[in-house]
Ligand binder design. Structure first.
Ligand code: GAR
Length: 200
């Protein structure tokens, strides 16, 4: 079955949803590695509980982004990872990883791309005053949240909403959508045709 690595920087609710789906037999992949750039992040303990090996590093211990990415790339190769799943990994990724994993690296972003790329997408949407935002899963290319889109789900913004209340609804949608998309990829249903992603 498909061998995946999950990259995360924070709470890890998406990591947990993926691990739970695997555990429940709903998702036929093996999680070979968690990659995390924040030693104190809750996702590290989640990986430990799930029995998933973690590579945890401090970017400051390295001379450059490329230097730690070379080390990550070696680990991905050692583990024969087929698919890299970015799940709240809050760092820019360079060509060191993007090129070898072109078409094999996906990201989840808490907005309806191409609206509100980058950090704090939920805050950006609230501040703009949109009535509908959402969740996007896309392949990663060299740009900022710019690769071919695999799936999107809408989330309404309601009167009285705060960043916290919108985030709660977004996270619930993410935790359903991300394992679903990974299952489509694992089943060979997803192909890239230029800008467009086809799902059969
Ligand atoms: C998720 O909402 C994800 O969409 C977002 O970070 C959160 C991580 O939550 N990603 C980005 O903003 C990427 N630019 P989690 O750690 O609980 O999975």
């Amino acid at each position: 079955s498909l061998r995946i690595a999950v990259f995360a920087s924070g709470n890890g609710s998406n990591f947990q949803a993926i691990a739970d789906a695997v555990q429940a037999g709903k998702l036929d992949v093996s999680i070979e590695l968690l990659v995390c750039d924040k030693p104190q992040a809750p996702v590290v303990a989640r990986a430990e509980r799930a029995g998933v090996e973690a590579f945890v590093f401090k970017p400051k211990d390295y001379a450059s982004r490329e230097a730690y990415e070379q080390e990550i790339l070696q680990k991905l190769r050692d583990k024969q990872v087929d698919l890299v799943v970015l799940a709240g990994y809050m760092r820019i990724i360079t060509s060191v990883l993007v090129e070898p994993y072109e078409g094999k690296m996906i990201n989840i972003h808490p907005s309806m791309l191409p609206s509100f790329p980058g950090v704090n997408a939920i805050g950006q949407a609230l501040q703009y005053g949109v009535k509908v935002t959402g969740v996007t899963v896309h392949f990663v290319d060299g740009g900022l949240d710019s690769g071919p889109i695999i799936a999107q789900r809408a989330v309404d913004i309601l009167p009285g909403d705060t960043e916290e209340s919108v985030a709660a609804r977004i996270h619930a949608v993410e935790q359903e959508l991300y394992p679903q998309v990974i299952e489509w990829i694992a089943a060979g249903k997803v192909s890239i045709e230029g800008r467009h992603v086809v799902i059969d």
